[in-house]
Design a protein around this ligand. Structure first.
Ligand code: ADP
Ligand code: MG
Length: 246
């Protein structure tokens, strides 16, 4: 059984059919890619999966449980989280503070945030900052990090929740090639060492071919093709969809 199973999901905004009967599945422990030209419906599908908005039709199962009627916090508690195309960090707080407020139920303890986080949260924050390569910057304001480092911080913040599965929306967008390799490496290690299943939206073909075991391609809100990276790379429909988009 797949960890995530999307069946026949549709979503429209006014007259725009952003997702048109999309089906895909993500087996436990794998890294799956989601590609497609701008406006093809990738982010909309993520928003449906994590409960940001309801689908118009179709079902979404996580760990065998129907989740399409649940809200974002309920789905997060089941272990399914997403990161954003536009990074969401608190620029006026340090890296460590960003990490600390990312643990579940942190907002309930917001008042004590700067004084009394439990030692295990501190240790976990330090260990994950080390993992994402930001330990030496942990006392810096997050707003002073480079864009790529902010992406790594956001990834670290998601890891604080020990998710079973992460949806990553263009994790390398706007990042220089050197740091891109660091991000690919971290994503692979999070998958291999922590067992986190990943569904990754990615515009950079080199990145997604390197990362994913299986790739789904959307175009105009529909599932155009899916297959192994080598198959997708040579699929004429996929090539045409990208060429047509420019
Ligand atoms: P992608 O992530 O593949 O670039 P999106 O899912 O963001 O594509 O968008 C798919 C289509 O849905 C686009 O035509 C976009 O304009 C439209 N869309 C997405 N979100 C909204 C929204 N909240 N309101 C209206 N239209 C939207
Ligand atoms: Mg998008």
């Amino acid at each position: 059984m797949s960890l995530l199973q999307v069946k026949d999901c549709s979503k429209s905004f006014g007259g725009v059919l952003a997702n048109d009967h999309i089906s895909l599945e993500v087996p436990e422990g794998q890294i799956i890619g989601l590609i497609g030209p701008n406006g093809s419906g990738k982010t909309t599908l993520f928003n449906s999966v994590v409960g940001y908005h309801p689908v118009d039709a179709g079902t979404i199962e996580f760990k065998g449980q129907e989740i399409s009627h649940l809200q974002v916090p309920q789905i997060a508690r089941l272990g399914l989280l997403r990161t954003f195309q536009q990074t969401r960090i608190y620029g006026k707080m340090t890296c460590v503070q960003n990490m600390q407020i990312s643990v579940p139920h942190a907002s309930e303890r917001l008042a004590e945030m700067f004084t009394s986080f439990p030692a295990e949260v501190q240790e976990k924050a330090d260990a994950i900052l080390e993992f994402v390569g930001l330990y030496s910057k942990r006392r810096l304001l997050a707003g002073d990090l480079s864009f790529g480092q902010q992406k790594l911080l956001e990834f670290g913040m998601a890891l604080m929740n020990q998710p079973r599965m992460l949806l990553l929306d263009e994790p390398t967008a706007g990042i220089n090639p050197t740091l891109i390799n660091g991000i690919i490496d971290r994503l692979k290690r999070a998958n291999a060492e922590f067992g986190i299943t990943l569904l990754v939206i990615e515009h950079n073909m080199r990145v997604i071919m390197n990362l994913a075991e299986h790739i789904y391609c959307l175009a105009h809100g529909k599932l155009l093709a899916d297959g192994a990276p080598d198959v997708i790379r040579n699929d004429q429909r996929v090539i045409d969809a990208y060429l047509g988009a420019h």
